[in-house]
Ligand binder design. Structure first.
Ligand code: ASP
Length: 343
């Protein structure tokens, strides 16, 4: 049987570091990553390209839009049967979800990374690249069917579900609400479930064809994480600053099912009259409430006041969807419909 052609696009991260003078430094390229994996050529015909050599906290949204446009172009040319993207773990759950929002392709797109660098005894990079290539070479795993996947520690996770939940342990990646979509055993990729993708169809209908090409000129989305006793005076800067300090929208990492401290409500309501303000849950799992609690700061009151509820997207992912919707020129009703479709 002919081997499947997998393109590996390397962006940097711990997986691609090497010892420097004072600590690990970025340096390995895509070909180095391929060479690190014994037996990879038996699994697939892997071609590597180095896109960046940086920590994932330095990646930008525009860089991910450009990456998505590059992947779309490769697919249009029929250049490969699957794509693997390597990067750092710190922002992996965000880049994976953004690529999932942007791409509508019939080949697998699988991201991976490493928690332990190549100089450590338990470096996980080579095993994760092997797992990612195996998943990317599996026809079941097309992005149109399961979305962009994240392969870490012999599990494949859906981009919407996955989160980094540990700073340094190998088992840092989990899908808290749904579990992984596939597991790897011996040489097999074993599907466990089929992710629900209805939300993707709703978003695609709003943002149109090839959202990946919209990589210029968005106003960034601010993210405000709420803690006990927050009064919200920071919002005054957004309310009073010139052009809302350049922000096009705001995501609030709210308590529980979508609640905020009462002292914030007046400012949030004023802001929501001027900009899209999206409430997401800081719990990181579960759909927001819609009609359970009444009273100031409750979901019933805030929704009636014009705040948009993020469905089941956690704050980091709600921010990326709002950014895309703003780039696409979506109005308030379309923004609310897109978030509602997630849960
Ligand atoms: N700081 C690194 C990064 O995200 C961490 C990692 O790769 O695991 O680029």
């Amino acid at each position: 049987m002919t081997k499947r052609r997998i393109h590996l696009l390397a962006l940097g991260g711990t997986i691609a570091t090497q010892p420097g003078e004072h600590g690990m430094k970025h340096g390995l390229d895509g070909d180095d990553l391929v060479r690190m994996v014994p037996g990879l050529d038996a699994v697939a015909d892997v071609q590597a390209r180095t896109v960046a050599r940086t920590g994932s906290s330095n990646l930008t949204l525009d860089a991910v839009y450009a990456l998505a446009a590059h992947i779309e172009a490769m697919v249009q040319q029929g250049a490969c049967d699957g794509v693997v993207v390597t990067q750092g773990t710190d922002t992996l759950e965000e880049t994976a979800f953004l690529l999932d929002l942007l791409l509508d392709v019939d080949i697998p797109v699988v991201m991976t990374a490493a928690m332990r660098n190549p100089a450590l005894a338990s470096a996980d990079g080579p095993g994760n690249v092997l797992a990612a290539v195996r998943v990317a070479a599996t026809p079941w795993a097309t992005a149109r069917r399961v979305g962009v996947l994240v392969a870490m520690l012999d599990h494949a996770h859906a981009a919407l579900e996955v989160a980094k939940t540990q700073t340094s342990r190998l088992d840092a990646f989990h899908s808290p609400s749904a579990g992984p979509v596939a597991t790897l055993a011996e040489t097999r990729v074993v599907p466990l479930m089929q992710p629900v993708r209805d939300w993707k169809a709703v978003v695609s209908a709003i943002v149109g064809a090839s959202p990946a090409s919209r990589f210029a000129g968005a106003a960034p989305v601010a993210l405000l994480w709420l803690g006990l006793g927050e009064h919200g005076a920071l919002l005054d800067a957004l309310l009073d600053g010139p052009r809302h300090l350049g922000y096009g929208g705001v995501v609030v990492g709210a308590m529980g099912g979508g609640h905020v401290p009462e002292p914030m409500v007046a400012r949030l309501t004023m802001l929501a009259a001027q900009l899209p303000v999206v409430v997401a849950s800081r719990t990181g799992g579960g759909p927001l409430l819609r009609h359970t609690y009444e009273g100031s700061g409750s979901e019933i009151a805030l929704r009636a006041a014009g705040l948009i509820y993020a469905g089941r997207l956690p704050p980091l992912k709600a921010r990326l969807l709002l950014d895309l919707l703003l780039r696409a020129g979506a109005d308030r009703a379309a923004i609310a419909a897109a978030f509602d479709s997630t849960g």
